[in-house]
Write a protein that binds this ligand. Structure first.
Ligand SMILES: *Cc1c(COP(=O)(O)O)cnc(C)c1O
Length: 403
C-alpha cells in the first residue's frame, strides 16, 4: 500500500468538504485575558479570544498561578509515576477530597483528562458489570461514546434530553438487567441543559444508575459552583458525576465523584487510571486553588450569566441568528461548512476577533456554527466590536439573518 498517498488523499477530501482544521497559533497573555497574541502570516497580532473554554478566566487567576508556582518549586515538575507506583502526591489526595466534598459524594478519582475519565469509567463499568445495559443520550460527547463502545455493554440511544423516550426504552428492556443512564448536564454545542430531575425520576423508577458528564457546568452552576446537579438539588440522586479541570477551573485533568465503593472499583479496575502517570502535582495544586476560590465567589457566576444573556440579547437585536441556548454558551448558526470557516477567517483577518468555526463531525452537517463563549472579562466595548464585526460579515457573505 502507498501509505503516503492514502494519508494525503484523505486529507484532500477533508479540504474539499471545507472541514480541514487549521489551528490558530496563539500565545495567551497572563493578566490580559481575553486578549492573546496570534502568530499568522509571519506577523504577530493582538486578538480578542471569544471561543475559550477557560470560561471564568481562572487559567490566569493570581491565586491559581501562585499555587502552581509554589507547588512546582516544592515538588518539581512531574509526579514521578503512576498513582500506584510512587506517583501519588499529597496534592492529589487533597484535591480528591475537595472534589468529593464539592460534589457531595464520598469519594473522587483524578484522571489525566476529562476524556480519559469518561472513557475509562464507562468502559470499565461496561466491561465489568455482567449484562449491563446503557441508556445513552443521542448527543453524548465522543469520550462517552468511545468508553461505552470499548466496554461492549448493550447500548440504547434515547432522544436528546427526552425523559419520555428514555422511559420508553427502559420499560422495553429486560427488567432483571442492570442498567445505567448516561447523559450530560450542559451540552456545549447547543447550550441546552438536561432535565436532570426528570431523568433521575425515570432512572430511579427502573432501578438504573445515573452517570452525568458535568464538564461544561463545573465551576459555573450551583451556589458553590459544582455543577447543574447542585443547582437542581439532585447531587444525591446522580450516581456518578464526571467533570474536568480544564474548562472553567482553568487547569487540566478530569475526575469522577461517586460512592466510596464505586470509586474504589474504578481505581482498582480502570486501565486508563491504573496504567497512566499521575498529573503533575502543580496541576493538582492549581485546580485545588481554583475550586476553593470559585466555591466562595458566586458573584463570578452571576457576572458570567449576565455577560452571556447580554450578548444573546445584543445579537438578537442585530438580527444575528443566535441559537436557543439556556446556558453561558452563545452558538450562532451559519449552516454551511465553507461559509462558517470564511466567517471565522474574516473575523480574525479583518477584525482581530477569534471565534473558531465548529464543523462536522462535532456538529451535524448543515448546522455548522460559530460557538461564542463570553466570560466575565468580556466588557461592553468588546461586545460592541464583536456585534459590529458580525453584522459586517453577515452582510458581506450574505449569511442568513434571524427569522
Ligand atoms: C471537553 C469535554 C470532555 C473532555 O474533557 P477534557 O478534560 O478536555 O479531556 C468531556 N466531555 C465533554 C462534554 C467535553 O466537552
Amino acid at each position: 500500500m502507498d501509505f503516503e498517498k492514502f494519508f494525503a488523499d484523505r486529507i484532500a477530501e477533508l479540504k474539499r468538504e471545507g472541514r480541514y482544521r487549521i489551528f490558530a497559533d496563539l500565545e495567551r497573555q497572563a493578566g490580559s485575558f481575553p486578549t492573546a497574541k496570534n502568530y499568522r502570516d509571519g506577523a504577530v497580532h493582538d486578538v480578542t479570544v471569544w471561543c475559550s473554554n477557560d470560561y471564568l478566566c481562572m487559567g490566569q487567576h493570581p491565586k491559581v498561578i501562585k499555587a502552581m508556582t509554589e507547588a512546582l518549586h516544592r515538588c518539581g515538575a512531574g509526579a514521578g509515576g503512576t498513582r500506584n507506583i510512587s506517583g501519588t502526591n499529597h496534592y492529589h489526595v487533597l484535591l480528591e477530597e475537595e472534589l468529593a466534598g464539592w460534589n457531595r459524594k464520598e469519594a473522587a478519582l483524578l484522571f489525566t483528562s476529562g476524556y480519559v475519565a469518561n472513557q475509562t469509567t464507562l468502559s470499565t463499568l461496561g466491561a465489568q458489570i455482567p449484562g449491563l445495559q446503557i441508556f445513552s443520550d443521542a448527543f453524548n460527547h465522543n469520550s462517552m461514546i468511545e468508553g461505552m463502545r470499548q466496554g461492549r455493554a448493550q447500548r440504547h440511544v434515547f432522544k436528546h434530553n427526552d425523559p419520555a423516550d428514555l422511559e420508553r426504552l427502559l420499560a422495553a428492556a429486560d427488567p432483571a438487567a442492570p442498567k445505567m443512564v448516561a447523559f450530560e448536564s450542559v451540552y456545549s454545542m447547543d447550550g441546552d441543559i438536561a432535565p436532570m430531575a426528570a431523568i433521575c425520576d425515570v432512572a430511579e423508577k427502573y432501578g438504573a444508575m445515573t452517570y452525568c458528564d458535568e464538564v461544561h457546568a463545573v465551576g459555573m452552576y450551583g451556589l458553590s459552583g459544582s455543577g447543574v446537579a447542585e443547582r437542581d438539588g439532585v447531587q444525591d440522586r446522580v450516581t456518578i458525576i464526571q467533570g474536568t479541570m480544564a474548562k472553567a477551573l482553568g487547569v487540566v485533568g478530569g475526575y469522577v465523584a461517586a460512592s466510596h465503593s464505586l470509586v474504589d472499583f474504578i481505581r482498582s479496575f480502570g486501565p486508563g487510571f491504573i496504567f497512566s502517570s499521575a498529573l503533575p502535582p502543580a496541576v493538582a495544586a492549581g485546580a485545588l486553588a481554583s475550586i476553593r476560590h470559585l466555591k466562595d465567589h458566586n458573584d463570578i457566576r452571576e457576572r458570567h450569566q449576565e455577560r452571556a444573556a447580554t450578548l444573546k440579547r445584543r445579537l438578537t437585536e442585530a438580527g444575528i441568528p443566535v441559537m436557543d441556548s439556556v446556558s453561558h454558551i452563545v452558538p450562532v448558526m451559519v449552516g454551511d461548512a465553507a461559509l462558517c470557516k470564511k466567517a471565522s477567517d474574516d473575523l480574525l483577518r479583518h477584525h482581530n476577533i477569534y471565534v473558531q468555526p465548529i464543523n462536522y463531525p462535532t456538529v451535524p452537517k448543515g448546522s455548522e456554527r460559530l460557538r461564542i463563549t463570553p466570560t466575565p472579562l468580556h466588557d461592553d466595548a468588546m461586545m460592541t466590536r464583536l456585534v459590529e464585526a458580525l453584522i459586517a460579515i453577515w452582510g458581506s457573505l450574505g449569511l442568513k439573518k434571524a427569522a
